[in-house]
Design a protein around this ligand. Structure first.
Ligand SMILES: *Cc1c(COP(=O)(O)O)cnc(C)c1O
Length: 399
């Protein structure tokens, strides 16, 4: 048997309460296995109330919610969509599903999210070319909200709708308002690694009830009003199952606890690691309370003498799942040739964050002993590096 202290520590595993079972049992007892059902309706309503929007649509994944948002805005071949570059590929894949072209926008160095400066530049050029984007897809990475005030101002100035990919930021507030509710359409994910999970699922939220009604239609095979299965437009099979919505309802009850736990985990990492040379934790944006989905930091190798690969390898050897920051989409082979707007001339912030950033295990079920293992492993790498430098360059301390 593997001793408990040596068990694998995962980045962000599912954290169940046991109460999810009750909702799933109810679905079984009433034979509401499919299609849809009372858990789906209640889950949608509970989310809408929580984030204070007029409606929500439960779907099979966050990616499906993004796809529906783009379909609602009639994004198609020949259109462009401005999209955060530092994100998971699921933010942009649906742009390709629609046959449209993503244009990638760099990160802002403080929030790590969409740079209002780069966005402005992209809009200015698009206006000159006479071809504005059909939408802007802004992502709230690792639970941090993007600078929504600035971004909304720019979008409104050009009259372009905003979609908010809040897959990672459920439970975050920005200026007192729920993350995911700033755009015309917002999306959440309940994938297994997110702050709450249905094992797989997503939600589209909006204050535009007509748009949500249309999304509901598109997500259920676009059936016209008729008993004989009549179809006038192409639809999708994207609805969430009533069983999984039950899991979501159980999870939603503890969202506040999950956010508190992840924030606590961040505090412990910060208090135990921020003294190490060259380490910079992602700072919470002003007027924001983030869910701290993942604790992330960058390493300045010139200062620390430790490369990200070296630290990741050490974690790997110790059975600790740490990860590099998302590889920016404008650097992905899939999107080679796509246009990209940097934060500043010759300054690619997202690339730098990718090359220097690390995500630490941050699951809300991470216990104290496990977290100490992560901290100990990281401190050991840094101490070794300092010793090696003194050994290899004995004269160096005197400089
Ligand atoms: C997880 C995630 C998604 C996709 O959600 P799924 O439910 O896995 O389809 C989209 N965008 C971001 C930023 C994510 O982290």
């Amino acid at each position: 048997m593997i001793p408990l202290s040596k068990s694998m520590i995962y980045l962000s595993p599912p954290h169940m309460t046991g109460e999810e079972q009750q909702y799933v049992n109810e679905a079984f007892a009433s034979n509401w296995i499919a299609p849809l059902g009372p858990n789906v309706d209640a889950f949608e309503q509970e989310i809408a109330e929580l984030v204070e929007v007029s409606g929500a649509l439960a779907v099979s994944s966050g990616t499906a919610a993004i796809h529906l948002a783009l379909a609602l805005l009639d994004i198609k071949k020949g259109d462009t969509v401005f999209c955060s570059t530092l994100t998971f590929v699921a933010s942009a894949n649906p742009i390709l599903y629609q046959g449209a072209e993503p244009v990638f926008i760099d990160s802002d160095p403080e929030s790590w999210n969409m740079s209002p400066k780069a966005l402005t530049k992209a809009f200015q050029e698009a206006a000159i070319e006479g071809k504005l984007p059909k939408a802007v897809m802004v992502v709230n990475l690792y639970g941090q909200s993007a600078r929504m005030n600035e971004i909304l101002l720019i979008c409104n100035q050009y009259g372009v709708p905003l979609i908010e990919d809040a897959a990672e930021s459920l439970g975050t507030t920005y200026h007192g308002k729920a993350s995911g509710t700033f755009g015309n359409l917002g999306i959440y994910s309940f994938n297994g690694n997110k702050i709450i999970t249905t094992s797989g699922g997503g939600m589209l939220v909006s204050n535009d009830e007509a748009a949500l009604e249309r999304a509901r239609f598109l997500a259920s095979q676009a059936r016209d009003q008729a008993a004989h299965y009549q179809h006038s437009v192409m639809g999708y099979n994207y609805r969430l199952s009533n069983l999984l919505a039950g899991v979501g309802r159980g999870q939603l009850r503890v969202l506040g606890d999950r956010v508190a736990a992840r924030r606590e985990i961040f505090d412990v990492y910060y208090n135990n690691l921020s003294d190490l040379p060259g380490i910079n934790f992602m700072r919470e944006l002003e007027n924001t309370s983030m869910n701290r989905w993942l604790t992330t930091f960058t390493i300045d190798e010139k200062v620390s003498g430790v490369a990200t690969e070296q630290l990741l390898a050490a974690f790997y050897r110790e059975g600790i799942e740490a990860r590099p920051v998302w590889k920016p989409l404008h650097l992905q082979p899939l999107f080679s040739g796509a246009r990209f707007y940097a934060h500043e001339k010759n300054r690619d912030v997202a690339d730098k964050l990718f090359r220097t950033g690390i995500c630490l295990p941050s699951g809300s079920s991470l216990n104290e002993e496990e977290q100490q293992r992560v901290i100990h492993c990281m401190r050991k790498v840094f101490e070794q590096s300092i010793r090696n430098r003194i050994y290899l360059f004995p004269g160096k301390q005197e400089v």
